[in-house]
Design a protein around this ligand. Structure first.
Ligand code: TYD
Ligand code: MG
Length: 453
């Protein structure tokens, strides 16, 4: 008889325990540990069934032949870019995002556009639903097969017959394998299914794209090891109030991380946005206060973004600080620098900062633009709409250099901006005289330059 024993597994991080406890000692989350039966029967994997002959021997590093990893061109230049130039054969890509953001739409669209034979496995929707979506996207000639199935063994059977050149799984949390005895979307199921799909991808040199759910905190659901197992992790994000969506590389073994692709969700699928700087900046003719333009670099691409700020008298006892798209702690730090080094007082003021277009910026290079937008609202004085800012602010109020400054200046110039404020420690090459560069070393000097009459 099959012997089985029970263990307790944290559903957030995958840590294992011999007895139940309320808080996971590994990831410190509460109520995430559940009882699971595991049996001692050897786990049967894709490897056992077919390709156990895969052997590898130690080899001197000089003797390894280098070859460029062959890639599938998806025909979608944003998707190609975030992957570092197309889908690498035999690689595994995980794409996460909130429900309804458009993950299924994006991948169905890519599947429909490829001349290669694609198997689109859906555990969430029926074949009819996928057909309806493909009608919306409106691509009739394609080589895409749909399989509404959640059992991994059945999926592998179909793969063996169909021999697809790309497999899309929507979503990994819906798959189950008989080799482990726990419910769908539990840590063990997700991890085992991913491991088996990975084994298939590597051994048959067929790329697999997994769609993954994210938790309410915005992390990819399932064990953290999932992110370690796959080659590339992409995040699809955006604000529901806007139609554009941002595809971001979080990890990539075959290309640069932190690349960014921008799409717009239309009634007939996702369209590529050619000029993101234009959609991220609200076109306005009037000169209102509380706005500034920052030049940020995501991956290798410079992007102009608009920072909005509102500083108003606090009506409640504790002043409010709220920041959308920019790190709230960093905003507090910048306000503290303004108080300590320049003598402003925000103790009785509410401060709101927003990066328009639903984009999130991690880069400290937009510090100066944030401070300028805040002060513009504080003084109620507008900043010329043809100035852009790119500099980090240090704790003593110094204006610090930022990387890739030439690319930033070039983008500003291309978009018709006339002035550019940066750190005097930034080395720039000659850009002609279309943009006037303003060099600063201290925040006081920037304030004096832009706000004194
Ligand atoms: P979906 O791809 O189902 O999201 P996810 O797989 O991430 O949960 O996309 C959902 C939203 O996109 C849905 O609210 C409808 C909208 N949508 C469009 O606006 N245009 C389209 O062409 C399609 C297919 C969907
Ligand atoms: Mg979906």
């Amino acid at each position: 008889m099959k012997k089985s024993k029970t263990i307790y597994i944290c559903q957030a991080c995958g840590a294992r325990y011999v007895q139940w406890q309320g808080q996971c000692s590994s990831c410190h989350q509460w109520q995430t540990i559940v009882k699971q039966a595991i049996d001692d029967a050897p786990i049967k994997t894709w490897a056992d069934s077919d390709i156990s002959s895969r052997t590898s021997k130690p080899i001197k590093i000089q003797q390894i032949a280098t070859q460029n990893s062959p890639r599938i061109n998806t025909g979608d230049k944003e998707f190609n870019r975030v992957l570092g130039g197309g889908i690498v054969l035999g690689s595994m890509v995980l794409i996460g995002g909130e429900p309804g953001i458009g993950k299924s739409t994006l991948l169905l669209q890519i599947s429909l556009n490829l001349p290669q034979k694609v198997l689109y496995v859906s555990g969430e929707e029926s074949a009819q639903q996928i057909k309806l979506r493909s009608n919306r996207i409106g691509k009739n000639e394609n080589n895409c097969y749909v399989l509404a199935e959640t059992k991994l063994e059945k999926i592998f059977n179909e793969i063996k017959q169909l021999l697809p050149e790309l497999v899309v799984v929507d979503s990994i949390q819906t798959l189950t394998t008989q080799t482990v005895d726990s419910a769908a979307s539990s840590v063990t199921q997700v991890r085992t299914c991913t491991a088996q799909l990975l084994e298939f991808a590597k051994s048959k040199n067929v790329p697999v794209i997994l769609i993954g759910h994210i938790t309410k905190e915005g992390h990819l659901a399932g064990p953290k090891v999932l992110e370690h197992m796959v080659d590339t992790v992409l995040l699809f994000e955006g604000d529901r109030n806007y139609s554009h969506r941002i595809l971001r590389t979080q990890k990539n073994r075959f290309g640069p991380a932190f690349e960014l692709g921008i799409y717009q969700m239309n009634h007939d699928g996702l369209a590529i946005v050619d000029n993101p700087s234009e959609i991220l900046i609200s076109q306005k003719d009037d000169q209102s206060s509380g706005y500034s333009i920052a030049v940020t670099v995501e991956g290798v691409r410079p992007l102009l973004i608009e920072v909005q700020a509102l500083v108003s008298k606090a009506v409640y006892g504790t002043p409010q600080r709220s920041s959308t798209g920019f790190n709230g702690k960093r905003l507090n730090m910048l306000l503290a620098i303004l108080e300590k080094r320049v003598g402003f007082s925000f103790g009785d003021k509410d401060v709101f900062v927003n990066i328009t277009g639903g984009i999130k910026v991690e880069e400290p290079a937009i510090d100066l633009a944030v401070v300028m937008a805040v002060l513009s609202s504080y003084f109620d004085l507008s900043i010329s709409q043809w100035v852009c800012f790119a500099a980090e602010i240090g704790l003593s109020g110094e204006i610090r250099a930022v990387p890739k400054i030439d690319a930033r200046i070039k983008e500003a110039q291309k978009r018709g901006y006339k002035e550019f404020a940066l750190s005097q420690y930034n080395k720039t090459s000659n850009h002609g005289n279309k943009v006037t560069l303003h060099l600063f070393d201290k925040i006081e000097k920037v304030i004096k330059h832009f706000f004194s009459p």
